[in-house]
Design a protein around this ligand. Structure first.
Ligand code: BGC
Length: 335
């Protein structure tokens, strides 16, 4: 069975298209070709379809904000310090779009452009993007693809990228989850299989130091409500270092709604997880069905390589080559 495409707007003279994946447990996920974004994700709760991500009903709101709602961000997600790096003896300069630093692949990163939608069925869709050599300052022509496949309550995401020259890649899905459907996420409980975190310095850039989470606000080894992050800032925007010797079949992160009505579990092959509680989020336009999204309105769980890894040789290398393409998978179940 082939999924249907719906036109939901235009962007730079091209059609913005949406397809909706549907599963036998009643889950529905709307995917658009702008940023390969998840625009809406609904789960049946007590006979009603509850949205569990933040999104907009109207496409025209997407290009006007910088929160990256539901987008696939790259080529290199998170920050690259000083918007520059050196690879094989050559320096590359990238556009700076957050002070002096480069964030989420720059102003025209993968989350802010139209992808091609292909292989569309009722349960799966594949999106493809070709980023030419030199785009946003990065070397190499990069062919990126993301496949979303919905089975029951679980969404499997497969990311791949093939290059014709060595280049850094870190592709991240930027959903904001809210298992209550609306309001503040600080009543949610979070657990993450991470013993350490990458320490941040000026401009939210890693200093290079990796420290144990024990005794810090980043200790989510046991389930903890986001509102009682002991004695520490409630706002979290940090990369946790996932346990490397973990069982890939076990979730690295689990989130529970304030009233226990829904649970999210996340599995991934990536070494890090950005936990971002969106404490300063400021969305002026209406969200899904007119919802208002306040600060702390959503929780991002971004499985990824470590931020600014290209400038920290002891972090896992983000460099791919023609012989060693990029692969990344993530599975999120909500029910
Ligand atoms: C980053 C935040 C940033 C947000 C929106 C997150 O992935 O960790 O620092 O503000 O994206 O751009």
């Amino acid at each position: 069975m082939t999924g249907k495409l719906r036109r939901i707007g235009t962007f730079e003279g091209r059609d913005v298209l949406e397809t909706t994946l549907a599963s036998d447990t009643g889950v529905r996920i709307a995917v658009i070709n702008y940023g390969a974004s998840i625009r809406d994700w609904r789960v049946p709760v007590d006979g009603r379809m509850r949205p569990v991500v933040l999104g907009f009903d109207r496409f025209e709101h997407y290009p006007t904000h910088d929160a990256y709602f539901g987008a696939v961000v790259g080529r290199v997600a998170n920050r690259i310090g000083g918007a520059r790096f050196t690879l094989n003896g050559q320096e590359y300069r990238l556009p700076a779009n957050e002070g002096p630093n480069h964030l989420h692949g720059g102003p025209k990163g993968t989350g802010s452009v139209l992808w091609e939608m292909e292989d569309i069925s009722a349960q799966a869709v594949r999106l493809r993007l070709v980023s030419p050599d030199g785009e946003m300052g990065y070397p190499g022509r990069l062919e990126i693809s993301v496949t979303y496949r919905l089975t029951g309550n679980s969404l499997r995401m497969d990311f791949s990228a093939v290059t014709d020259a060595p280049t850094p890649v870190n592709i991240v899905q930027h959903n904001y989850f809210n298992l209550m459907g609306a309001g503040d996420i600080r009543g949610h409980t979070l657990q993450v299989a991470a013993n350490a975190y990458t320490v941040l310095g000026e401009g939210s850039l890693p200093t290079g130091e990796i420290k144990p989470v024990a005794g810090t606000e980043f200790d989510f080894r046991a389930p903890r409500r986001l509102s009682d992050a002991a004695g520490a800032p409630l706002a979290c925007d940090n990369n946790l270092v996932l346990d490397t010797n973990r069982d890939p079949d076990r979730p690295v992160a689990t989130v529970m709604a304030a009233d226990g009505s829904l649970t999210l579990s996340l599995k991934t092959d990536q070494p890090g997880l950005q936990v971002y509680t969106a404490g300063t989020m400021n969305i002026a336009v209406p969200g899904l069905e007119g919802r208002h999204y306040p600060p702390f309105g959503g929780l991002c769980l971004e499985d990824q390589n470590f931020p600014d890894a290209i400038n920290h040789p002891h972090f896992p290398s983000p460099v791919i080559t023609p012989e060693r393409p990029y692969r990344h998978w993530c599975e999120i179940a909500i029910g």
